[in-house]
Design a protein around this ligand. Structure first.
Ligand SMILES: [Zn+2]
Length: 85
């Protein structure tokens, strides 16, 4: 069994994930919020702009922005929108 320390709340839990089951829904919620924000952003937003626009804490925001799969999804959605205009 693998013990991990949750990146959000710091509790120890046993999983292959980086986030404990208590925090996973918060992560999902913030990621979808961030995705919507980024997709609707006409230009590249700066980190302070994103924090102001979404209310997401900087540590969590940095974690999401370093998540390659997440960024890939945002870019894909953004391209789809531009393509449909
Ligand atoms: Zn947690």
């Amino acid at each position: 069994m693998n013990f991990k320390r949750c990146l959000r709340c710091g509790c120890f839990f046993s999983s292959v994930d980086e986030i404990c089951p208590n925090c996973a829904p918060k992560d999902d919620f913030e990621m979808s919020k961030l995705k919507t924000f980024l997709v609707n952003q006409p230009k590249e937003a700066s980190i302070p702009d994103i924090i102001k626009g979404t209310g997401i804490e900087e540590a969590n925001l940095n974690r999401f922005m370093n998540n390659k799969n997440f960024i890939k999804e945002v870019k894909k959605e953004k391209n789809n929108i531009n393509f449909n205009l």
